[in-house]
Every structure is written in structure tokens, then in C-alpha cells.
Design a protein. Sequence first.
Length: 114
Amino acid sequence: QVQLVESGGGLVQPGGSLRLSCAASGGIFRIYTMGWYRQATGKQRDLVATITGAGRTNYAEAVKGRFTISRDNTKRTVTLQMDSLKPEDTAVYYCVGGPSFNSWGQGTQVTVSS
């Protein structure tokens, strides 16, 4: 069983930056694909970015060029660097991963507003 805990959300102005972190415990972290989803109020949960154990990344079109996902297998962490934030990025962001890519964190709120 993999436990995931997110941190780093908050309120930021449009054009600003935030860094989200996800700390993982349990399992063999270095081999798991990890990722971030987000869910805005009243909308479905959407995939934002993924990173494989080997470091290959994939991004949703809406965040390409603005968000960067990375991982530190020694520290068992996954990070989402979010730059040039827009109001439409406002959502609860969830870390996801594990052997079946079905372990979820509790979520962290990101609000982009002036």
C-alpha cells in the first residue's frame, strides 16, 4: 500500500507560480508511474501530468509549457512546478501513483485569482 501526502497549494495571482509536492511512503516508489490530477468545482477530475519511474513525462495540452513534473526517487517525492498560472488552473490537485496507479493523496487546493 502506498500513502501519498500533498503540500504546497495556496492562493496566487494570475501569472504567478506555485510548487506542489507529494511525499510517498510504502511500496517500491522508484518503479511507479506517478502523476497529478486536478478537479475544479463542478467538473470532472482531469489528468495534469505523469512521470514514469524512468523519468518520462507526459502533460495535458492545457498545461504544456507551463507546468513541469519531476521526481526524486531518493526522497520519494514528486513535484509539480506550476508557472504562468491562469484562473482556469484553479482546482484541487491530487497526487496519484502506486503499483496500479490508483493510490491517491487527499488533495491540495490551488486558487488563481487577483
